[in-house]
Design a protein around this ligand. Structure first.
Ligand SMILES: Cc1ncc(C[n+]2csc(CCOP(=O)(O)OP(=O)(O)O)c2C)c(N)n1
Ligand SMILES: [Mg+2]
Length: 336
């Protein structure tokens, strides 16, 4: 049985703490707005929110170097935004508008910003783990000290690609960090009902000769500090890491899923551990004044409001763009 890592509590400077808090709030307010727009039928296709799980994205995102790679799932809004993708363009992408990150052709489930090394959001469960290992291999060959960071869910640990990617990454000592966001559920199935071990990622780390690492995914500083350690190890040629971050989604799996399948006492216990409330209280304890936090909250709200207006003002994609950007050189003609 794997034990939770005790939060190391290094001394983090005030600016970094406020930056972490800013990210948490931006990610939360963005997704709350995305939910509202979905309910107004303005978001095209489905969307998977990470409300309640923001500390994982913020903690890892802030520890990354600007040229490190991010690979996300369909639940990828936070992971893309935290790398620096423009909020209005991200919102516009959800609305399927031409001013979206991908010209309105990708939508919520496929957010990508190569410019920010956010290398895509993948809708096929487990598909991106081998790809993230490949990016790490490329960094290893080029000796760039870049790290490839791959986020996925608890359910993904029961997919073959998880085991294949972990094994190759360990054998080749690739600079890849696999982050399992264990929110206790797949779509509607509790992970514990279908998994032979209690901690779906951490308890399997030994199979690949890796340390078993569990972290409180609702404690942004614990995540941030752990991320710094595993990134340093990867950059120094120490090989991959597998991390299980324990967290919980505030809402359903996708769309308007009311998540009625979750026991009320479990929901209540996790709602009392909201990552933003926890961090706000901690910052106040550390002597940060309430006014500074309120200022961050107001600025983030204004940014989301502006992003929404810009996104809504975008035109629908022109039909002529349907066959552009199909290949990396932009062409659409079939080739062998
Ligand atoms: C290969 C494959 N099988 C099934 C699905 C349908 N599906 C979409 S999300 C999901 C649950 C994944 O759960 P988890 O890995 O815990 O991620 P979470 O949604 O909780 O973040 C499933 C089964 C899929 N997209 N791909
Ligand atoms: Mg899950």
């Amino acid at each position: 049985m794997t034990e939770m890592q005790a939060p190391p509590r290094r001394d983090i400077d005030r600016d970094t703490r406020l930056a972490l808090y800013t990210s948490l709030v931006r990610l939360r307010l963005f997704e709350q707005r995305a939910y509202d727009l979905f309910m107004q039928n303005l978001v095209k296709g489905t969307s998977h929110l990470s409300l309640g799980m923001e500390a994982v994205a913020a903690g890892f995102g802030h520890a990354m170097r600007s040229d490190d790679y991010t690979f996300a799932t369909y639940r990828g809004h936070a992971h893309t935004l935290v790398r620096g993708a423009d909020m209005a363009a991200t919102m516009a992408e959800l609305l399927g508008r031409s001013n979206g990150l991908l010209g309105g052709k990708g939508g919520s489930m496929h957010l990508t910003s190569v410019e920010h090394h956010a290398m895509g959001s993948y809708a096929i469960v487990g598909a991106h783990l081998p790809i993230a290992a490949g990016a790490a291999w490329s960094a290893q060959v080029r000796a760039t000290e870049q790290v490839s960071v791959c986020f996925f869910g608890d359910g993904t640990t029961n997919i073959g690609a998880f085991h294949e990617a972990l094994n190759m990454a360990a054998v080749w000592e690739l600079p890849v960090v696999f982050v399992c966001e264990n929110n206790l559920y797949m779509e509607y199935t509790p992970i514990r009902d279908v998994t032979a071990v209690a901690n779906p990622a951490a308890d399997r780390a030994a199979s690949y000769g890796l340390d078993s690492i569990l972290v409180d995914g609702n404690d942004v500083e614990a995540v941030y500090e752990l991320a710094q350690d595993v990134f340093a190890k990867a950059r120094a040629g120490g090989g991959p890491s597998l991390i299980e971050a324990q967290t919980y989604r505030k809402g359903g799996h996708s769309r308007a899923d009311a998540a009625k399948y979750r026991p009320p006492d479990e929901v209540e216990a996790w709602m009392a551990r909201d990552p933003i409330d926890l961090y706000r209280a901690r910052l106040l304890d550390l002597g940060v004044d309430d006014e500074a936090l309120r200022d961050i909250e107001e600025r983030a709200q204004a940014e989301v409001d502006d992003a929404t207006e810009t996104a809504k003002s975008g035109a629908e994609p022109d039909g002529s763009t349907l066959m552009t950007e199909v290949w990396s050189d932009g062409g659409a003609a079939w080739r062998n």
